[in-house]
Write a protein that binds this ligand. Sequence first.
Ligand code: AMP
Length: 444
Amino acid sequence: MKFEDLGLSPETLRAVTEKGYVTPTPIQEKAIPIIMMARDIVGLAQTGTGKTAGFTLPMIDALAGGRARMRMPRSLVLEPTRELAAQVAENFKDYGKYHKLSMALLVGGESMGDQTKLLDKGVDVLIATPGRLLDLFARGSILLNDIKILVIDEADRMLDMGFIPDIEKIVSLIPPNRQTLLFSATMPPEIKRLTDKFLTNPKEVSVAAAATTATNVEQHLVHLHPKDKKKALGHLIKTENPKNAFIFLNRKRDIGDVASFLQKQGYDAAPLHGDLVQSKRTETLQGFREGKIKYLVCSDVAARGLDISGVSHVFNYDVPMSPDDYVHRIGRTGRAGQSGRAWMFATKMDEKFLANVERTIKKAVPVVELDFGATPVKDDSEGKISFKREGAPKRHEPHKRAERPAPTPKAESKPSSHAGREANKEEEIVDGPGFGDDIPSFLR
Ligand code: AMP
């Protein structure tokens, strides 16, 4: 199928051609015609599938005719993080360059005054994080009565971040004669409930199961003692010589420490997490995009969905507590047909989380033994993972790899990603729930 077959306007097609896209991605092929028919849609797709253009392109054409009134936006796109909101805004700018649509970005951490001024002029497309939108609504700076198209993007991430009550509140403020588009990588019961409540006879479209990992990412696993993590990272950076990398950590409080460790070794590294001020986050991301920062030491919240091409490596400094996060993390590399390498460090404590990851991706991550003078880790528990694999098949230097069978999927015990997150709640709360992007209203 070609873009020309989707019924988009010549102006939009021209913008798409200038972006260099030749054929629509599967989600675009499926979603665009349905959105053009003004139907509600539930899109099961994660970032990297081209879903942003999937809803942005038909929205631009649908909004092209009308005019926005003061403080009454005509469409609303809800995003869980400021970075994603900014990325979607960039998409609207690129694809809408031959239309005269006005757009506003409402995110926390930016001046309310400037955002209010834009709203006063009237906007066709409003892209917002839920907390800031509700703040401005409470101040009377915005009215939601004229919204004709509502997009709830990354719905499962909204759920993880505790935004569902805010989303429900926002949707209840929008008149029901609207078109609603909901996108989510997974469909936990809470999101299903939301779609049943707020969407009208939606058409469901899905692309590639949520829990599949990109085939052009070579994955590796290193079993180690927790105190060896920095040493192992330093060793891998030397031997792998990444062009650049995302280094994911589970806890915000460890991020600064790992970033300064790398800086002390002379690397261009910087931390990125939700507690940093927005100006710093924007500057850091820009630095990473431009290649001034090589190593981004970050949390899942800050890095989720970021579309930065040409990232050679992803390091999972910690095994993610939710298996879906593993898929998202390693999906930051191997984008747009390029190859990528992913590494994960696992300690004995991570056994359960590692099993969840491997059950989700339906394969075992190949184990590699690194030659960096690691602290020996004894296999002292029956049936548990042996960290020191005797007789492991040797691979090319400097790494030695041992393969092991994928864990057998057990239907009855297979943890849903959400259950996995619930189990980890305590850990998240110890760390602070990671609401650096926006504080859900029930916590304010
Ligand atoms: P998304 O899933 O929306 O984050 O998009 C992932 C990446 O795919 C972005 O860099 C888009 O610019 C790119 N992209 C979107 N649609 C297409 C297409 N039809 N052909 C090639 N690249 C695309």
